[in-house]
Design a protein around this ligand. Sequence first.
Ligand code: AMP
Ligand code: ZN
Length: 114
Amino acid sequence: MENCLFCIIVKGEVPSEKVYEDDKVLAFKDINPATPIHVLVIPKKHYENVLDVKEEDKEIIADIFQAINKIAEKLGVEKDGFRIISNCGKDAGQEVMHLHFHFLAGGKMGPKII
Ligand code: AMP
Ligand code: ZN
């Protein structure tokens, strides 16, 4: 989608620090990390957010979670753990309207996610 930052990153027209890539999924470091390891995992195809993933698109979620498995192993955090967050819409403060999952790791996190 034109004018979508993450679509532009997928095209390689804005640089990103890639952590993982396959034909459907891209993961890159968040520019403003909230934790020592903060990666954004996105589908290469544009979806606005979770609500935009319809029945016919549901496999992309499995693809993303398979990628997350590989990323956890690649970054060596599969034993210590990590947190996955997807902000959806206004109340969650979604800033970039391209479906993404925050992969947070690298130290003990607080007990709450709000
Ligand atoms: P959200 O608030 O869930 O929409 O998260 C958007 C995330 O994208 C934020 O954590 C930003 O720091 C991150 N972000 C924005 N621009 C870039 C960029 N060019 N490269 C990497 N991460 C970015
Ligand atoms: Zn997009």
